[in-house]
Design a protein around this ligand. Structure first.
Ligand SMILES: C[S@@+](CC[C@H](N)C(=O)[O-])C[C@H]1O[C@@H](n2cnc3c(N)ncnc32)[C@H](O)[C@@H]1O
Length: 239
């Protein structure tokens, strides 16, 4: 029901040649299994993370969702917010098909999908009042997150909100002792299954700050190993 698929594959290839960007990880093979893998490993925690700020997003009108995979967050957002229109970008065609199907059930014609590498994709609007990245920035290096955040800062409307869910390094020693092998084995598993080349969590907080965003709120789970964050453009932190 009307989700437009805009394949940007040739553009991605050109950009890769020009800037020597590695091919993005290929999540196609995992698309069907992804939600079950998540539930078997983390139960409801990742879903709680993604939806932590959902109730604050009911007034948003123009959303950009990057790397939402099979689209469960996009579908929840469309259900909670009957007015929002969403651009969804993902490199995986199989993930995007699922996202488009879920999206169309909740909000026919309110989702446009772009199959593209988010690192080279050019935003389709400069008026996004919501950006969402859940467990996506950890597919990028810190430098790539910084470049992406600069691009998104220019595409963000005044008063925009960026919600981020990520694995994190817990502040206390015991938490780190637990989290480090978990995160390392996740990277190892995704390297085997998708070809992901990134091996460590990016410093996404520093990257977002440098690009002109400020942290407005943070919630954590599992002793600090999972974090949900709400960022805003620096000039509108107080809003
Ligand atoms: C770890 S999954 C996370 C999926 C979902 N956001 C979640 O919360 O579980 C990462 C997603 O980002 C996509 N992805 C990874 N690198 C990408 C890139 N460079 N450009 C666009 N999408 C990318 C993958 O195809 C996949 O759907």
């Amino acid at each position: 029901m009307g989700a437009e698929v805009n394949s940007a594959v040739s553009g991605v290839c050109d950009a890769e040649r020009t800037h020597r960007i590695e091919k993005p990880a290929n999540f196609d093979r995992l698309a069907a299994l992804y939600r079950w893998m998540e539930w078997c490993s983390f139960g409801p925690f990742l879903s709680w993370c993604r939806c932590a700020f959902l109730s604050h997003l009911r007034d948003r009108r123009r959303g950009l969702v990057l790397g939402d995979g099979d689209g469960r967050f996009t579908a929840r957002l469309l259900r909670e917010n009957p007015h929002i229109r969403i651009d969804a970008v993902d490199a995986s065609a199989a993930m995007l098909r699922r996202l488009a199907r879920r999206g169309s059930r909740q909000g026919a014609g309110r989702v446009r999908t772009f199959r593209a590498d988010a690192r080279t994709w050019q935003p389709a609007s400069d008026g996004y009042d919501l950006i969402a990245t859940h467990f996506f920035l950890d597919c990028l290096t810190t430098e790539e997150v910084r470049a992406l955040a600069l691009k998104l800062r220019a595409a963000a409307a005044p008063g925009a909100v960026w919600v981020v869910s990520e694995f994190a390094e817990p502040a206390n020693g015991l938490g780190r002792l637990f989290a480090r092998p978990v995160v390392a084995s996740l990277y190892w598993a995704f390297a085997c299954m998708t070809g992901l080349r990134v091996r460590r969590l990016p410093q996404h907080g520093a990257a977002l700050r440098e690009a002109g965003f400020a942290l407005a709120r943070r919630k954590t789970w599992l002793g600090g190993m999972l974090a949900s964050e709400r960022w805003t453009p620096s000039s509108s932190t107080g809003s």
